[in-house]
Design a protein around this ligand. Structure first.
Ligand code: SF4
Length: 243
């Protein structure tokens, strides 16, 4: 399914650049290659729980857990369940004890929110970061997809992609500024971009990159040059991502 790129184009105005491409140009190239990705979920609590479950595990394990126990992972179910019951339900996502503690804390936080007034971004971010087990990436994912508050999530895929594109590493704050300014603080664009970078990181810009056919190769300083099966970084091309 391909996107209405034109619609999304109309939101972003800034041209803040530190890489060979602006954030907007990266978004357009990825949208053209992969199409408009779905929103995580329309249900904010589903986003919250899944953002914790997916930590240090594959998305397929989250889906498996959701298929079996999704109807027992609502906010009230979580608050009512004992630690042992909840840990049993989420065990296939790994780190069950730690994730149980985090999801329970998140449920208390979530149920204490006043939904009648607009959420304040900084207050919400600080609240989420105060919960054990919620780091910056999880907090920003939850803010974006659950609460529609524009806080761009930086993950390992983003760091790797931008380091290769620009030929040098960047700190998370620099990356956040690049995307937040470049995408005009637009939460919809943040959500689409995060998902597209994940897609790019699994398809082309993997641990050992596959630059052939990459939608960003025309502007990438780190693209590999094929030489008898060895890429420009001196690595053998791999079949599997090893993230
Ligand atoms: S050209 Fe290669 S290194 Fe550059 S973004 Fe694409 S896959 Fe990554």
């Amino acid at each position: 399914m391909h996107s209405s790129v034109e619609h999304i184009d109309s939101h972003a105005t800034c041209c803040f650049i530190f890489s060979t491409m602006t954030a907007k140009e990266i978004l357009d190239a990825l949208l053209s290659a992969y199409g408009k990705p779905p929103w995580w979920s329309d249900d904010p609590w589903t986003v919250c729980v899944q953002a914790v479950l997916v930590q240090h595990t594959a998305w397929s394990n989250v889906l498996k857990t959701w298929e079996t126990y999704g109807n027992l992972l609502g906010v009230d179910d979580v608050l009512d369940a004992s630690d042992e019951e909840l840990a049993t339900r989420i065990r296939s996502c790994g780190f069950a004890k730690a994730k149980t503690r985090t999801i329970k804390a998140l449920a208390s936080f979530y149920s204490s929110l006043d939904w009648d007034k607009p959420f304040d971004l900084e207050e919400m971010r600080n609240g989420l970061l105060s919960l054990k087990g919620i780091g910056e990436e999880s907090a920003d994912v939850i803010l974006t997809y659950a609460f529609h508050l524009p806080s761009f999530a930086i993950d390992a895929y983003t760091r790797r992609l931008m380091e290769r594109l620009d030929g040098r590493p960047h700190g998370d704050e620099e990356l956040r500024t690049f995307f937040e300014e470049g995408l005009g603080h637009d939460v919809e664009l943040f959500g689409r971009m995060h998902w597209l970078i994940l897609e790019q990181g699994k398809t082309h810009c993997r641990a050992v990159q596959d630059c052939t056919g990459c939608p960003l190769s025309h502007a990438c300083l780190g693209k590999c040059v094929e030489m008898d099966g060895v890429n420009g970084n001196g690595n053998k091309q791999a079949d599997q991502d090893s993230v």
